[in-house]
Design a protein around this ligand. Structure first.
Ligand code: DOR
Ligand code: ZN
Length: 352
C-alpha cells in the first residue's frame, strides 16, 4: 500500500506553550489535525476557565487562516482547584477535560496535586458532570525507580481512583508500559489511553545510542523493548480505548542539551508520518484510521472529522532545526533525517 486516505486525525495530547514558541509550533499541529487536546502546564499553569479562554484565543490567533483546527482546552488541577469554576467552564465549552499532574512529576508540574485525596471533591464533581480526567501516570516518590513509576502509579493512585469514582472517565496519557495498556483495557468502558510516536518507535536503548541523547528524553521515559511491543499491540489492535496523542513537547534546543535537560520530544511536524511508519511495519495500515481519527472522538463523545487527508509513501527530508527566534531553535523527531510517508498535497510540504 503506497497511499492511505483517512478522515482527518486529531491529536489528543499536545503542548503548545505560549508566546514565540506557540506561534512556531501551532501551525504544525493545526495543518495536520482537526482538533487537539491542549495541555495546561504553562507558567503560570492554566487553572481557571478565564485563563483557558484567553489561552484558546492565543492559539486561535496563531492558527493559519486556511487551517481547519479546533483547540480543546484542559484545566491544570491543583490542590486548590475550584470544582465550581471547572464545571462552569466545562458547561460553557471552554474546558474539555482536566489534567492531573502529580506535583513535580514533569515539566511545570510544581503546582500539581500533592495528594489525590486533596482533589476528591473535584473528582466527584467531574464524575457527576462527565468531565474526563487526564492523568500523567507516574508517582514522584524518589525511592521508586524512574522506570517503575508508571506501574507504581497504577497501583497506588489509579486503582484507588477507579474504585472510589466508578463513573469517572479517565485517560491515562502517554502510556509507556504493558501495565498501562492492561489497566486501560480492563476498564475500557470508561478509560482510554494516548500513545506517542516515540514510545512506539523506540525503547530505552535509544536514550544511550552512541552517547547520551537528550532529544530522546521525555517523561514517562522510554522503557524496555517488551513494553514497546505491548504498546504497538495496543495501538494497532483496533481496540477503541487506544488513540493518537503525540505529546509533542517543544523545548528550546539549549534547554534540552544542558546539564539538566528538559523532558519532551518535539514531534508535531512529523507526527502522522511517524505513526504511519509504525503501522506499516506492523502491517496494520488498515487499522490506522481507527487509532488516528475515530477512537479518540468516540471516547470524548465528539463526531469524527468529516474531511479526509491522503498520505503517500514518499520520503521527505526533515529539517535539522526549526527556528523559534533569531537565536533559538527546536530539534524535531527525525530532525536531519527523513520520514517515509508524506502528505499527498505537495504544495504544503511536510506538514500539509
Ligand atoms: O516529556 C514530557 N514533556 N512529559 C511531560 O509530561 C511534559 C512534557 C512537557 O511539557 O515538556
Ligand atoms: Zn504531555
Amino acid at each position: 500500500m503506497d497511499r492511505i486516505t483517512i478522515r482527518r486525525p486529531d491529536d489528543w495530547h499536545v503542548h503548545f506553550r505560549s508566546g514565540a514558541m506557540l506561534k512556531t509550533v501551532v501551525p504544525f499541529t493545526a495543518r495536520q489535525f482537526g482538533r487537539a487536546i491542549v495541555m495546561p502546564n504553562l507558567v503560570p499553569p492554566i487553572t481557571t476557565a478565564k485563563m483557558a479562554a484567553a489561552y484558546r484565543e492565543e492559539i486561535r490567533a496563531a492558527t493559519p487562516a486556511d487551517a481547519d483546527f479546533t483547540p480543546l482546552m484542559t484545566c491544570y488541577l491543583t490542590d486548590d482547584t475550584d470544582p465550581a469554576d471547572l464545571v462552569a467552564g466545562h458547561r460553557k465549552g471552554i474546558f474539555t477535560a482536566a489534567k492531573l499532574y502529580p506535583a513535580h512529576a514533569t515539566t511545570n508540574a510544581q503546582h500539581g496535586v500533592t495528594d489525590v485525596a486533596k482533589i476528591h471533591r473535584v473528582l466527584g464533581a467531574m464524575e457527576e458532570h462527565g468531565i474526563p480526567l487526564l492523568t500523567h501516570g507516574e508517582v514522584t516518590d524518589a525511592a521508586v525507580d524512574v522506570f517503575d513509576r508508571e506501574r507504581v502509579f497504577i497501583e497506588r493512585v489509579m486503582e484507588p481512583v477507579l474504585e472510589r469514582f466508578p463513573a469517572l472517565r479517565i485517560v491515562m496519557e502517554h502510556i509507556t508500559t504493558s501495565h498501562g495498556a492492561e489497566i486501560v483495557r480492563r476498564n475500557k468502558t470508561r478509560m482510554g489511553a494516548t500513545i506517542t510516536p516515540q514510545h512506539l518507535l523506540f525503547n530505552r536503548n535509544a536514550l544511550f545510542q552512541g552517547g547520551l541523547r537528550p532529544h530522546m528524553y521525555c517523561l514517562p521515559i522510554l522503557k524496555r523493548e517488551e513494553h514497546r511491543r505491548a504498546l504497538r499491540k495496543a495501538a494497532i489492535g483496533g481496540e477503541t480505548c487506544f488513540f493518537l496523542g503525540t505529546d509533542t513537547a517543544p523545548h528550546l534546543r539549549h534547554l534540552k542539551e544542558a546539564d539538566c535537560g528538559c523532558a519532551g520530544v518535539f514531534s508535531a511536524p512529523v507526527a502522522i508520518s511517524a505513526y504511519l511508519h509504525v503501522f506499516e511495519e506492523e502491517n496494520a495500515l488498515d487499522r490506522f484510521e481507527g487509532f488516528a481519527s475515530l477512537h479518540g472522538p468516540a471516547f470524548y463523545g465528539l463526531p469524527p472529522n468529516e474531511k479526509k487527508v491522503t498520505f503517500v509513501r514518499k520520503s521527505a527530508d526533515v529539517p535539522k532545526e526549526f527556528a523559534v527566534s533569531k537565536d533559538s531553535e527546536l530539534i524535531c523527531l527525525f530532525g536531519g533525517g527523513q520520514v517515509d510517508w508524506s502528505p499527498a498535497r505537495e504544495d504544503k510540504g511536510l506538514v500539509a
